[in-house]
Ligand binder design. Structure first.
Ligand SMILES: [Zn+2]
Length: 101
């Protein structure tokens, strides 16, 4: 588990910001272009919260995938999270700090 999470985090850092696509102005979801074959893009719901869900295989297995992490970092850096997400974001990143990632 720890291995997988560290790996996801590491790989998320290698996804460029240009590969994060904001289709929805309400920020209910974002998309991340696949790094392996450039398509299709994965959809991440509730971006920037710990309740983020991605439609990739890794995420559907109950894992925290690199797309969710990437979108979380992206939201925090650009302060895109909606006010209601702010508290969730805080817990989200405190969680990773707790794991020393
Ligand atoms: Zn994913």
């Amino acid at each position: 588990m720890r291995e997988g999470l560290t790996n996801s985090w590491y790989r998320a850092l290698h996804i460029p910001d240009v590969d994060v696509i904001i289709d929805d102005q309400e920020l209910r979801f974002m998309k991340v272009v696949s790094q392996s074959n450039r398509s299709p893009a994965y959809t991440i719901w509730n971006p920037g919260s710990e309740f983020s869900l991605c439609d990739c295989t890794w995420s559907s297995l109950g894992n925290l995938c690199k797309h969710v992490i990437k979108v979380g970092i992206f939201c925090r850096n650009r302060q895109l999270a909606r006010p209601s997400f702010a508290a969730q974001m805080y817990h989200f990143f405190m969680y990773y700090r707790m794991l020393n990632l």
